[in-house]
Design a protein around this ligand. Structure first.
Ligand code: UD1
Ligand code: CA
Length: 455
């Protein structure tokens, strides 16, 4: 079976009250449409066709993929009209699956189950029982329980409004039958639209059985119409991610205060305290402990690392046994080899720090190569930028940098060198020696403080 997935994404999304097309709004930092595309791709379709309309150029610019065929629906005349626009693109695909670009959380397994259930017929739909079905198309079944039609809420009779089984919008068709059925569509209904759902009646008239499947979870078929629904789905999605992490052996202080906006992998026995946000691609080793309120993005974190509260880590690699924070900021290009200590109010950028080195307080170390066993005192600054170019600071193994030192790059501090506190180092400091630049301390004997002159 070759499959074409058609994703309907032409709607305006008025209720988002936004200048941006609805399908570009993000759930877990990923556009709604991207969620649908990622799920679609897991079904190995021969074609992926996205029907776009409102704000289409922006959608096309933001969503990547050579495998996507974009079809414009200039006027939104209904879901049936939308599918009519793609008929010319379905050649060679036996089966068509229709998804909505604003329904982000459908599970691939539900879709596979659905396609299997509909494999021996030419039409199928995913339905769902709801306590409050208002607004949805109702599934009308005959005395034998076979689906005979879908009636839209606005067109439904009082008796039909009592039906609790609704159309989720996810439908599948034998592609070869679509053109004929769509050609027969009219728009003589309450909304004056061409309803894709009217194909059910057409298929039944042709003697077809309508296959139905239910999702494993209600949220899988929930659409986003406004920001309230978007936030609800975000929490559900994060709950699923939290549960998956716990099942994989990670302890979470509170699964309701845990956010993954990307891919997170973790070894055994990690602990994540409240309000930690993971973004991009993050990999934790075993026994990693992360304190509250940390943001960790695109990072590789080794075994037995401890990250204390309120630390911010972006595009960094932290070797095993290291301790970070509280209040540390590791910027892109930071690489801690192992057992490094980076303490409060320390900022690192494009810096490699060797084994066992310590930068414990209030320092900026950027564009630097720091050896192993180095101690960098409080308030040390690598002055890496001369206003035009960035320069590198090299600090040898076992060097000791006294507090409040400015290292004016490019500069090199030798192995085992000691820099006296308060120095401004502009020239290379030799191995094993004490180097300092400091005005000599003097005492003025007999000096007295000025006193206030009476008015
Ligand atoms: C549709 C179904 C309804 C179902 C409901 C589930 C029809 C006629 N009705 O109703 O049975 O219960 O979804 O949410 O299909 N779209 C286009 N072009 C259009 C119209 C819509 O691309 O011309 C897209 C929208 O962007 C959206 C999807 O199709 O992603 C559904 O459109 P929407 O207007 O939300 O359909 P409903 O009226 O809610
Ligand atoms: Ca809708």
């Amino acid at each position: 079976m070759t499959l074409a997935v058609v994703i309907l994404a032409a709607g305006k999304g008025t209720r988002m009250k936004s200048a941006f097309p609805k399908v570009l709004h993000t759930l877990a930092a990923k556009p709604l449409l991207q969620h649908v595309l990622d799920t679609a791709r897991r079904l190995d379709p021969a074609r992926i066709i996205v029907v776009y309309g409102h704000g289409g150029e922006l959608v096309r610019a933001r969503i990547a993929g050579d495998d996507i065929t974009w079809v414009e629906q200039a006027e939104q005349l209904g879901t049936g009209h939308a599918v009519q626009q793609v008929l010319g693109e379905l050649d060679g695909a036996d089966r068509t699956l229709v998804l909505y670009g604003d329904v982000p959380l459908t599970d691939e397994r539900t879709l596979r189950r659905f396609l299997d259930a509909a494999a021996d017929t030419s039409i199928g739909l995913i339905s769902q029982m709801l306590d409050d079905a208002s607004g949805y198309g109702r599934i009308v079944r005959d005395a034998e329980g076979r689906v005979s039609a879908i009636v839209e809420h606005k067109d439904a009779s009082p008796a039909q409004l009592e039906i609790r089984e609704i159309n989720t919008g996810i439908m599948t068709f034998d592609s070869r039958r679509l053109a004929g059925w769509l050609a027969g569509l009219g728009n003589d209904n309450a909304q004056g639209e061409y309803y894709l759902t009217d194909l059910v009646e057409a298929a039944v008239a042709d003697g077809e059985r309508v296959a139905t499947t239910q999702p494993a979870h209600l949220a899988e078929v929930a659409g986003v119409n406004d920001r309230v629904q978007l936030a609800e789905l975000e929490r559900i999605y994060q709950g699923w991610r939290a549960e998956a992490m716990m099942r994989a052996g990670v302890a979470l202080a509170d699964p309701a205060r845990f956010d993954v906006r990307g891919d997170l992998d973790a070894g055994q026995d990690c602990f994540v305290d409240i309000n930690v946000v993971f973004a991009g691609r993050v990999r934790l080793g075993d026994n990693v402990r992360i304190g509250p309120n940390c943001v960790i993005k695109d990072a590789e974190i080794g075994n037995d690392v401890e990250i204390l509260a309120n630390s911010h880590i972006d595009s960094a690699s932290i070797g095993p046994g290291s301790r970070i924070g509280p209040y540390a900021r590791l910027r892109p290009g930071t690489e801690l080899i192992e057992n490094a200590h980076v303490g409060n109010f320390v900022e690192l950028k494009n810096a490699q720090v060797g084994a066992g080195s310590k930068i414990n307080h209030l320092s900026y170390v950027g564009d630097a190569l720091v050896g192993s066993g180095v101690n960098i005192g409080a308030g040390t600054i690598t002055c890496n930028y001369d206003g035009a170019n960035k320069h590198c600071t090299v600090i040898g193994d076992n060097a000791f940098i006294g507090s409040d030192t400015q290292l004016i790059a490019p500069v090199e501090v030798g192995t085992g060198a000691t820099i006296g506190a308060g120095s401004t180092i502009t020239k290379d400091a030799p191995d094993g020696e004490l180097t300092l630049s400091r005005a000599k301390q003097i005492t003025i004997g007999g000096w007295t403080r000025p006193v206030k002159v009476p008015k």
